[in-house]
Design a protein around this ligand. Structure first.
Ligand SMILES: [Zn+2]
Length: 279
């Protein structure tokens, strides 16, 4: 399609991920770009960072769809000697627009956690936390809970998740009895600390998300909560890029590429050879 513009893509994405579905602290929608500029190629990324901006420029993309906001806090300068200011200058000079769908894509149906759940073959999906307010509606809300095709041990599920999710240096680690049998699994793309109690309440045998920390995990397990799987933040949200890309191709008829560039900050993972890892 030759008459597709930034506005066409923005309108399409805004209709699938309405901005008022985002959390009040979030900042979503068009970040920069001329509404009337033509769009023939889009690149979907988790993070707008120098590496993915370079990828967009190399690919000849006119628009980047990013999951994480470039600017979450107010700034008083976008001078080119600041990290984010340099990106803004680079994008504007190259005529590349930038759009963000973040927590509004998390709560959507289908949303970020549906794509994550699909990687684990979970069925019978429902929101981990039903959305309230503007986002309230059928199947909407952050996180998903569903059932594995057949129960497996936590150790087996950890290996399965590592095989099914994009490979990262961080890999997948789990907390809980490795022999615990898992049938019902809750998942949440991105940081999932805040939904630990919801996963327990929803009756999950295991909960998979990113950015879990020592004390919340210890206390959650001590209270008898579901086993936990901690995956790389980027790996938990990368599956959604395929979903939004496929939808955009069908909806606006432009070429849509997906970035497989691992933007997870963790790049090295070592385990001592003499350490006996259970099981
Ligand atoms: Zn995230």
């Amino acid at each position: 399609m030759t008459d597709c513009t930034v506005r066409t893509v923005v309108d399409a994405l805004d209709s699938r991920y309405p901005r008022d579905w985002a959390e009040s602290w979030d900042r979503v929608g068009l970040v920069l770009g001329e509404f009337d500029a033509p769009v023939t190629r889009v690149l979907c990324v988790v993070d707008c960072v120098p590496e993915t901006v370079e990828q967009a420029l190399d690919a000849g993309a006119d628009l980047i769809v990013a999951h994480h906001p470039l600017f979450l806090k107010p700034v008083s300068s976008i001078a080119p000697d600041t990290f984010k200011g340099a990106l803004v200058h680079r994008l504007i000079r190259a005529g590349v627009a930038l759009y963000t769908a973040h927590t509004n894509a998390d709560v959507a149906n289908p949303g970020v956690s549906d794509a994550l759940a699909a990687r684990l073959d979970l069925t019978g999906l429902r929101p981990l936390v039903p959305a309230v307010g503007a986002a309230a509606g059928e199947g909407r809300g952050p996180g998903r809970i569903g059932t594995l095709p057949a129960p497996m041990t936590l150790a087996a599920l950890t290996r399965f998740a590592a095989e099914r999710l994009p490979a990262t240096a961080a890999g997948v680690r789990a907390a809980g009895d490795p022999e615990r049998l898992i049938g019902t699994v809750a998942v949440c793309g991105g940081a999932g600390d805040s939904f630990l109690a919801d996963a327990a309440r929803a009756g999950a045998d295991a909960y998979l998300c990113a950015d879990l920390r020592h004390h919340p995990v210890s206390e959650h397990l001590a209270a008898g909560g579901p086993a936990l799987l901690d995956v790389a933040h980027w790996a938990s949200e990368r599956p959604w890029l395929d979903d939004v890309a496929a939808w955009l191709r069908a909806e606006v008829g432009v070429e849509v590429l997906v970035s497989d560039l691992d933007t997870d900050p963790w790049t090295v993972h070592a385990i001592r050879d003499d350490l006996e890892i259970r099981p």
